[in-house]
Write a protein that binds this ligand. Structure first.
Ligand SMILES: Nc1ncnc2c1ncn2[C@@H]1O[C@H](COP(=O)(O)OP(=O)(O)O)[C@@H](O)[C@H]1O
Ligand SMILES: [Mg+2]
Length: 246
């Protein structure tokens, strides 16, 4: 059984005044899948992700999650790590649990475990200003994972990092997904990152939130840096590039 929830997007419309960003979108995201969402700047990727997260509401249509029974955890990771500068790494990672009212000992243990998962165990006592950009993003990931979310939404999380750091974080995120099988929606404008990370790519067109491509990408389930030089990855990238340029 998958640990993720499915997301059903039906006839969704979202406009800002006269700017119709999403005219009528239909998309079903399966439970436990790793989906990359691509598209040109300004096409509405963040708008869609925010609505899936419940941070914004559609003007028409519905966004529903399945199974609907019971509450489930969702987490959102932004391009900026958004850490609280006066809290150390451990207390930043534990913040969602604190907001949920989890008692101190338990949230400390869970935050430590989440930080270990992103290879940051040694930095627990440091403050955000003492971390590199990649480490800050790792804390942000740990904070997202600490509640064991069934739905993980990421909006160009690694876009501001240097390429080597991004490569490492890609691999780590994929490993975390293989372990937990939560549903992942990963927004990126990088074709290579989408191809490397995800099992399905959805490309949004320039206007109106129409979907210009929705395709499974058949690559090995484990994604290591070896795959970056694999011709199969090149073929998937070529397919995505072709669809985006059309
Ligand atoms: N809160 C907002 N108020 C007004 N316009 C917005 C708001 N959020 C997004 N937009 C507009 O919606 C369009 C899509 O934005 P966005 O979803 O951020 O695109 P993307 O993430 O694909 O680059 C843009 O034209 C943007 O200016
Ligand atoms: Mg965006």
């Amino acid at each position: 059984m998958s640990a993720g929830v499915a997301v059903r997007i039906e006839n969704v419309r979202r406009a800002f005044d006269t700017n119709v960003v999403i005219a009528r979108m239909n998309l079903r995201i399966e439970a436990g899948e790793f989906l990359a969402l691509l598209g040109p700047s300004g096409c509405g990727k963040s708008t869609l992700l925010r609505m899936i997260a419940g941070l914004d509401q559609p003007d028409a249509g519905t966004i529903a999650t399945e199974p609907v029974a019971g509450r489930f955890q969702r987490a959102f990771v932004f391009q900026d790590a958004h850490l609280l500068p006066w809290r150390n790494v451990l207390d930043n990672a534990a913040l969602p649990l604190e907001l949920m009212g989890v008692e101190r000992e338990e949230r400390g243990a869970k935050a430590r475990a989440a930080l270990e998962k992103v290879n940051l165990a040694e930095a627990n006592d440091r403050y955000p200003a003492q971390l590199s950009g990649g480490m800050r993003m790792r804390v942000s990931l740990a904070r997202a994972l600490v509640t064991e979310p069934q739905l993980l939404l990421l909006d160009e999380p690694f876009a501001a990092l240097d390429e080597i750091t991004r490569f490492h974080l890609d691999v780590q995120l994929r490993e975390l997904w293989r372990e937990r099988r939560m549903t992942v929606v990963f927004v990126t404008h990088s074709i290579s990152e989408a191809a490397f990370l995800a099992d399905r790519a959805v490309v949004m067109g320039k206007r109106g939130g129409n979907i210009s491509l929705d395709r499974s990408m058949a690559l090995p389930e484990a994604r290591t840096n070896e795959l970056r030089a694999d011709p199969r990855l090149g073929l998937v990238m070529k397919m995505l590039l072709g669809a985006i340029e059309e």
